[in-house]
Design a protein around this ligand. Structure first.
Ligand SMILES: [Zn+2]
Ligand SMILES: [Zn+2]
Length: 139
């Protein structure tokens, strides 16, 4: 049976933001498995919060994933990935969405096809409009 895509219900915590160093934009961002700040050693909410990584689930006729709509998809930065979340354990969580404006993965957002579609979408919705404040991929 083909894996079924769960859209944005699972998340992977790979980046964290520590608010012990000041208000935005002065907070400190770091990567860690355990979520312990590499500057001050703090962990846990409310000071250390996970940054949710959401990948781009793109329509792809030859993609290894089957969506709930029956269409084929692949993950932008991991086109050979055949599943999303492996289990309900937090370390196995994985999020993906076909909605470009919800994608936060820098690797997915950096893909030429993503950039192309992002520009097209932006012009379609409202010429010149910024849809979201993403990582500033397109200007
Ligand atoms: Zn810190
Ligand atoms: Zn990605």
């Amino acid at each position: 049976m083909s894996p079924t895509i769960e859209i944005a219900t699972a998340v992977k915590y790979w980046q964290w933001r520590c608010y012990a160093h000041g208000r935005p934009p002065r907070y400190h961002e770091f990567e860690s498995d355990a979520g312990v700040c590499d500057l001050c050693g703090k962990s846990g909410r409310p000071q250390v919060q996970p940054i949710v990584l959401i990948h781009w689930q793109r329509a792809d006729e030859k993609g290894p994933l089957t969506g709930q709509d029956g269409r084929r998809y692949s993950i932008g930065c991991e086109p050979k990935r055949e599943y999303l979340a492996l289990s309900r354990l937090p370390q196995h969580h994985y999020a993906a969405t076909p909605l470009l404006q919800k994608v936060t993965c820098p690797s997915c957002r950096g893909l030429p096809l993503f950039q192309q579609m992002w520009k097209a979408l932006r012009n379609l919705v409202h010429p010149g409009m910024r849809i979201v404040d993403g990582p500033g991929c397109c200007d």
